[in-house]
Design a protein around this ligand. Structure first.
Ligand code: 87F
Length: 549
């Protein structure tokens, strides 16, 4: 079994059937790696219910059985279910995004959508279905992807005269209309985005958020009169993708250009943000921003008349960010107690838990509840997302575990002693650190602490990633880095054959081969005469290599 299969999920069923070839002339589909049907562990088996009104209660049964360090794949599968992000579904590779997950996607959407609109991008919606003829307009580029295209071949009991594809991406859907809508330079730039689902019938092992057969994304498709405008946008969008990962999800990424071998075949060039999961030692593509050059405008006849009434092909870009981003965030920050959510993406940022004792006088309990309501209002006035857990049938210990599993950045405790002192206790999810804050300071301290947590989580993740990136000048150093689950930053002659050889030679019985993740935009100096780590030829640039998702 390869690491690919073991890294993030349990073993596939041995009897995984070969899927039927989706289209007539499509290349033979590879064997399907099917998930084992999952029994969802009831996340909260220790019922935590108080018996006989005692303050004891049972906080057991909430913890995860698997550990991040020892069995990452099982830990991840268990975590996404137990924290109520995901439910498994009876179509392999498809998952239900429960409200806790969808609320985070809405935060990512809100952040990105606002900023692309500021750049002048407009939202729109194009249909889900693609005729075979239109899909084939782009044949050369679709060819490699053909086995992943899903087709509708029936309606009711009748067979469709011509099967209709379900969008795996929308170039072929949108560009015929770009050709109609764009006539003169006054119609440019045309900058459209859509938030949709897409379907790609993946045969690699599925993993919630990371690789699924249906996923949510945004796809931007834009057209410009000049190369300069198009190239500027490619980088503006890439910077927003960095922002989604680093500033919202607290996940460090490396910006760079894809090698010719790894770029989108239809692109002039592809830029990317690459993240890294230390536990599996694998890089993961975060999002891509492509400069398509005039490749598609020539295929689809997208032309404008310039000032001299000459027809010119437009310059185009396309760019996409998917729900995979949430998976990367979860893998980066979560621990053996559950999710650890960066405050900016957390659907709820603070849970307030009053802790009355059995002996607490009813008036004090009432005063406690009033104080909870008052603190909630004060925090909400500062745009802090608050949840209160005043349920009387669960013990405080059970509640602590529950909200830790859900990853809330801060817990606020209010017990009888705190009532006497006019204070609350704040406990951080990321570090476990506790502090006492007076009621008067809560509305200023909490927002500040949330920002500190956000910054600390990013800094910690960044340090982990940096510690796992090794500069390598030789094959031995390169293989040592990979086998330590690290990424390798190497001087490189930038030749495709080298990538192919490296991939082959770095494949071991239990680990997949390495590939270039990107050619980083920020890299050390490359002094004249530096040699390629593999071929010994003059190095043309730095490349970041790794095993990857
Ligand atoms: C799967 C099936 C058919 C990726 C596919 O990256 C076609 C494709 O064209 C396909 N998987 N791609 C490349 C997508 C390129 C591009 N599209 C817009 C993006 C970002 C958003």
């Amino acid at each position: 079994m390869t690491t690919e299969e073991t890294a993030a999920a349990p073993a596939p069923a041995a009897d995984a059937p070969a899927a039927a070839a989706p289209a007539e002339k499509a290349p033979r589909a590879p064997k399907e790696k099917k998930e084992k049907p999952k029994k969802e562990p009831k996340p909260e088996q220790g019922d935590g219910k108080k018996s006989g009104g005692g303050a004891g209660g049972d906080a057991k049964g909430l913890g995860l059985k698997n550990s991040k360090k020892d069995n990452f794949g099982e830990w991840y599968s268990e975590l996404v279910v137990a924290s109520e992000l995901i439910s498994y579904y009876d179509v392999s590779g498809c998952y239900i995004l429960r409200p806790w997950a969808f609320a985070m996607w809405e935060v990512v959407q809100g952040w990105f959508d606002k900023r692309i609109k500021q750049l002048g991008v407009q939202n729109s919606y194009f249909p889900l279905f693609i005729t075979e003829d239109v899909l084939n307009t782009e044949k050369d580029h679709v060819e490699g992807f053909a086995p992943e295209v899903a087709w509708v071949t029936k309606y009711g009991n009748s067979t469709m005269e011509k099967p209709i594809a379900i969008r795996p991406t929308s170039e072929t859907v949108m560009y015929p209309y770009f050709a109609q809508w764009i006539r003169s330079h006054r119609d440019l730039p045309l900058r459209l985005n859509q938030w949709t689902n897409v379907v790609r019938w993946e045969f690699k092992y599925p993993t919630p958020f990371i690789r699924s057969r249906e996923f949510l994304w945004q796809e931007g498709h834009t057209a410009f009169a000049s190369r300069e405008e198009a190239e500027k946008e490619v980088l503006d969008i890439l910077e927003l993708y960095r922002g989604v990962y680093e500033d919202v999800l607290a996940v460090p990424v490396t910006k760079g250009k894809k090698s010719k071998k790894e770029q989108f075949a239809g692109a002039f060039y592809t830029t990317t943000v690459e993240a890294y999961i230390p536990e599996t030692g694998r890089g993961i593509q975060g999002a891509t921003s492509h400069c398509l050059g005039q490749n598609f405008s020539k295929m689809f006849g997208i032309q404008y008349e310039d000032d001299d009434r000459q027809k010119q092909h437009v310059w185009q870009n396309s760019w996409g960010l998917t729900t995979r981003s949430l998976g990367v965030m979860i893998m980066t920050h979560a621990d053996d107690k559950g999710l650890v959510l960066p405050p900016r993406v957390a659907p709820k940022q603070v849970v307030i838990i009053p802790i009355p004792k059995a002996s607490t006088a009813p008036e004090t309990v009432q005063a406690m509840m009033d104080k909870v309501a008052e603190l909630t209002a004060a925090l909400e006035a500062k745009d802090v997302r608050v949840v209160t857990d005043t349920r009387s049938n669960y013990t405080p210990g059970w509640k602590y575990n529950h909200w830790e599993l859900k990853g809330l950045p801060l817990r606020m405790e209010l017990g009888p002693k705190d009532m006497d002192n006019g204070a609350v206790v704040l406990a951080r999810r990321d570090t476990g650190a506790k502090e006492t804050v007076s009621w008067a300071d809560v509305a200023t301290r909490v927002p500040a602490l949330l920002e500190t947590i956000q910054a600390d989580m990013f800094a910690a993740a960044k340090a982990r990633t940096s510690n796992c990136t090794e500069v390598c000048h030789s094959w031995e150093q390169f293989m040592t880095a990979l086998n330590n689950k690290h990424m390798a930053l190497t001087p490189w002659a930038d030749e495709e054959e080298i990538e192919e050889e490296v991939k082959k030679k770095s494949t071991t019985p239990d680990a997949m081969g390495a590939k270039t993740l990107c050619l980083p935009f920020e890299a050390p100096e490359l002094p004249e005469g530096t040699k390629c780590f593999y071929s010994g030829k003059p190095a043309k640039n730095w490349a970041l290599w790794g095993r990857s998702y």
